[in-house]
Design a protein around this ligand. Structure first.
Ligand SMILES: Cc1ncc(C[n+]2csc(CCOP(=O)(O)OP(=O)(O)O)c2C)c(N)n1
Ligand SMILES: [Mg+2]
Length: 352
C-alpha cells in the first residue's frame, strides 16, 4: 500500500472534455495539532459503512432476491462523506439514483436501507421504491431520483422555503456530470443565484453519462469556468482524500454564509463498477481496466486508513471495521426475514 496522500485541495479543474480523468497527484494534507484522531476516525467509519454495505450488496445481489436495479457508489465515498459530515444534522440533501453513499453518510443507519433493497415493508421507502428512490426526511434526506437532474429544482425549492422560514438550513444537491447536460440544472442554478439561496450544488464528475464520455456530450471545455460566470462561489477538486474534501465543504459552507449566495463544487472521482449493476465492466470497451487500477492508489478508504494508522492503534481501526461489518450483516439478515408490503399498500404513496 502506498503512503496516504492528500491532493491539492482547491486544484484547478482539468478540461472536462478530456478522458480519462487523470489520477490526482498526491501530497499529505495535514491534520490539526492534536492529530484530530476522533474526526479522522469518524470520517473513516462513515466511508467504511458505505463500502461494507455495498460489498455485501455485491455479494448477495446475484442471488436475485434484491429486485431493484443497483447503481453503486464505490469510488465516491470521500465526496459524500466529506460533504455530509460538514453539514449540520438538519441540513438537507437530495441525490440521484446513485445515492447509497449519500443515504448512508447522512443517516448512518442500515436496517431500513437493506430492507428497501430487499423490497420489504420496513424499508426507508416502504419497500416499494428500491435503490434509486431513498428517503430519510428525519435525517434531512429529502429524496433521491432516477430522473437525471429532476431533484435539482426540488433542492432549490427547499432552499427557497428555508430562506423564507429563516431556519438557517443549507440544501446540498448531489448530481453527476450528466445532469449538467440538462436544462433543469441551468434553470435551477440561475434561480438559486438570482435569489441568493443557500444551495450547495455538488457535481460528482466521473467523466461518463452511462458509457458516453464528456467529450462526446459537452460543447465547452471547463464546467467550473462557465458556472463561475454565475453569481455563486465555485470550488473544484480532484481529491479522493476525505479530510481534504471535508475541509473544502467547510470552506464552501463558510463562503455561503458570508456571501449569502450558492456554491458549486466540481469534484472528480472514478466510478469503480459498471453504470448499473454490481460487476466491473472493463470488457464493455469504453474504458480500460488500467484506469481503474491506477485510481486504486488513491482509493479513499485506503488513504484514510493509512492516515489513521499513524494516529491510532491498528487494533482500534480493526475494531471499528468489525463493528460496522457486524452492523451491515445484521441489517441484511433482518431485511431478509422482514415481511413484504401488504397488497393493500400497492396504490399508497403514488400520485395516480
Ligand atoms: C432525464 C433523463 N434522461 C435520461 C436518463 C437515462 N440515464 C440514466 S443514468 C444516465 C447518465 C447520467 O450520468 P451522470 O449524471 O453523469 O451520473 P452517473 O451515472 O455518472 O453517476 C442517463 C442518461 C434518465 N434517467 N433521465
Ligand atoms: Mg457521470
Amino acid at each position: 500500500m502506498k503512503d496516504a496522500t492528500i491532493v491539492n485541495r482547491h486544484s484547478r479543474p482539468g478540461l472536462s472534455s478530456v478522458r480519462p480523468h487523470a489520477v490526482p497527484a498526491v501530497q499529505l494534507h495535514e491534520c490539526g495539532p492534536d492529530g484530530d484522531a476522533a474526526l479522522q476516525l469518524d470520517l473513516y467509519r462513515k466511508m467504511y459503512l458505505i463500502r461494507a454495505a455495498e460489498l455485501l450488496i455485491q455479494k448477495h445481489y446475484p442471488e436475485d432476491e434484491m429486485k431493484t436495479p443497483m447503481h453503486m457508489s464505490m469510488g465516491e465515498e470521500a465526496i459524500v462523506v466529506g460533504i455530509c459530515h460538514a453539514l449540520k444534522p438538519d441540513d438537507q440533501v437530495l441525490g440521484t439514483y446513485r445515492s447509497h453513499g449519500v443515504y448512508l453518510a447522512k443517516t448512518g443507519e442500515t436496517d431500513r436501507f437493506f430492507a428497501e433493497m430487499y423490497g420489504r415493508a420496513s424499508g426507508c421507502s416502504g419497500g416499494k421504491a428500491g435503490s434509486m428512490h431513498l428517503f430519510a426526511p428525519q435525517a434531512g434526506l429529502i429524496c433521491t431520483s432516477a430522473i437525471v437532474a429532476s431533484h435539482i429544482p426540488v433542492a432549490v425549492g427547499a432552499a427557497f422555503a428555508n430562506k423564507v422560514a429563516g431556519n438557517g438550513r443549507v440544501v446540498a444537491a448531489f448530481f453527476g456530470d450528466g445532469a449538467i447536460d440538462e436544462g433543469a440544472f441551468w434553470e435551477s442554478l440561475n434561480m438559486a443565484c438570482l435569489r441568493k439561496l443557500p444551495v450547495l450544488f455538488v457535481c460528482q464528475d466521473n467523466g461518463f453519462a452511462v458509457h458516453t464520455p464528456a467529450a462526446e456530450r459537452h460543447g465547452y471545455r471547463d464546467i467550473a469556468a462557465i458556472v463561475g460566470q454565475y453569481d455563486c462561489t465555485v470550488f473544484a477538486s480532484d481529491s479522493t482524500d476525505v479530510h481534504a474534501l471535508h475541509g473544502l465543504a467547510q470552506d464552501a459552507l463558510r463562503a455561503m454564509r458570508k456571501d449569502e449566495r450558492p456554491c458549486f463544487l466540481h469534484l472528480k472521482y472514478y466510478r469503480y463498477l459498471e453504470h448499473v449493476g454490481v460487476f466491473e465492466d472493463f470488457n464493455a470497451g469504453y474504458r480500460p481496466r488500467g484506469e481503474f487500477e491506477a485510481w486504486q492508489s488513491v482509493d479513499p478508504l485506503r488513504l484514510q486508513r493509512t492516515r489513521l494508522a499513524s494516529m491510532i492503534l491498528e487494533e482500534q481501526i480493526r475494531d471499528a471495521e468489525a463493528r460496522i461489518e457486524r452492523q451491515v450483516q445484521r441489517s441484511l439478515e433482518k431485511a431478509r426475514e422482514a415481511p413484504f408490503p401488504e397488497v393493500s399498500a400497492l396504490c399508497g404513496g403514488v400520485f395516480a
